[in-house]
Design a protein around this ligand. Structure first.
Ligand code: NAD
Length: 328
């Protein structure tokens, strides 16, 4: 029998630790620990909360989308929340995700996509013209980074149709640009960025658009905000094809999978090949294709139940972490 007081104490410690790591990562763009360490602490907290639901606090890091709006930026309230994704780490977790999906929604087709390691963005177009771009922020309120996003050539300023739409996706820094940027920064005696994700986020969350313009960023768009039915779309795969037709850059490596075995084969096929890509990925996103099945499954406070992200085993080493006492 676990001691209730000890459990409460550990939950508090995990809140404090995850909030500290989250602040450094999401707000300062300077992670204190590798993602694998953050993920391990988050899993510990999720496990504790699953075993003891009475310990779930509304402000628990498991219940909130990480991220905050930096001072100096205009706030953008998202029309529909920009959520996070649940994570799975091994085949058993993936099969468990599939079992839950099929229990609630019957047999489904999945779409697998590369999980681009960058910064979530929302791009709003009115009558086919780019109007406003924002970060995810805390999921409800993001930062207006329109002027910075306008400097990214992969973002169309005008679409092929005069449509009013919100596209969502990931802004990222290609590996080559990241290496060059850090080389320059080292030469100039500046702090280097820990990884391309933090470099992309640090470049876009700047008030001076000249900085973003110099950083050679790109985007892959992976969804639309609001109801797909408004555009005559019934499935996620259709939405991706529609984004293509409108002139957005989408990732060509996506695949429709008829069952979870195909999903697992797709994931395995990327384990060794991810190094060959010109951009970093930290996993594979698995989404239920049909919008009506997605509706059947719904959302938690933090993420859709119709999708999950398989995270690759850690390969990064963050040396700064090693000074930090990890056992609290
Ligand atoms: P997440 O990065 O695990 O997943 C959600 C995000 O995936 C979305 O917001 C979107 O930006 C992105 N994404 C990329 N490709 C996508 C695609 N094809 N379809 C849909 N979404 C796609 O969740 P999160 O809440 O942003 O961050 C949590 C992750 O960040 C953790 O897993 C952890 O590894 C890392 N993190 C690290 C630290 C640290 O200290 N090192 C701190 C906080 C968070």
């Amino acid at each position: 029998m676990e001691d209730q007081l000890q459990l409460e104490q550990r939950v508090k410690e995990l809140h404090k630790l995850l909030n500290e790591y989250g602040h450094a990562y999401y707000v300062l763009d300077k992670p204190l620990v590798p993602d694998s360490e953050y993920d391990a602490r988050m899993r510990e907290l999720i496990d504790l909360e699953e075993r003891h639901p009475d310990l779930i606090m509304p402000d628990s890091p498991t219940q909130r989308v990480g991220g905050e709006v930096l001072p100096g930026f205009t706030k953008v309230v998202h029309d529909t929340p920009m959520l996070s994704l649940s994570n799975v780490f091994n085949e058993e977790d993936i099969r468990e995700f599939d079992r839950r999906v099929r229990a609630d929604a019957g047999d489904v087709t999945y779409v697998c996509e590369l999980k681009i390691d960058g910064l979530a963005i929302s791009l709003k177009y009115e009558n086919g013209r780019f109007k406003q771009g924002a970060t995810r922020g805390d999921g409800t309120v993001g930062e207006d980074i329109t002027t910075n996003l306008r400097t990214i050539r992969a973002i169309p300023l005008k679409l092929s149709e005069d449509v009013t739409i919100e596209a969502r996706g990931e802004a990222y820094m290609p590996k080559k640009s990241f290496m060059k940027l850090n080389e320059h920064r080292e030469e100039e005696g500046l702090d280097v960025f820990a990884n391309p994700r933090n470099a992309a986020a640090g470049s876009l969350r700047q008030l001076d658009p000249k900085i973003a313009a110099k950083r050679n960023l790109s985007v892959f768009m992976y969804g639309i905000g609001g109801e797909g039915a408004a555009y005559g779309l019934d499935a996620h795969s259709e939405a991706l094809d529609y984004l293509d037709r409108l002139g957005f850059r989408t990732n060509p490596e996506r695949r429709r999978c008829q069952d979870i075995d195909e999903v697992i084969a797709y994931i395995e096929s990327w384990q060794d090949r991810r190094q060959d890509l010109s951009y970093e990925i930290d996993g594979i996103v698995i989404k239920v294709d049909s919008f009506s099945r997605q509706e059947d499954l719904g959302f938690t406070a933090k993420s859709p139940r119709w999708a999950t992200a398989y995270k690759f085993p850690a390969e990064e080493v963050v040396t700064t972490l090693l000074d930090i006492e990890l056992t609290v």
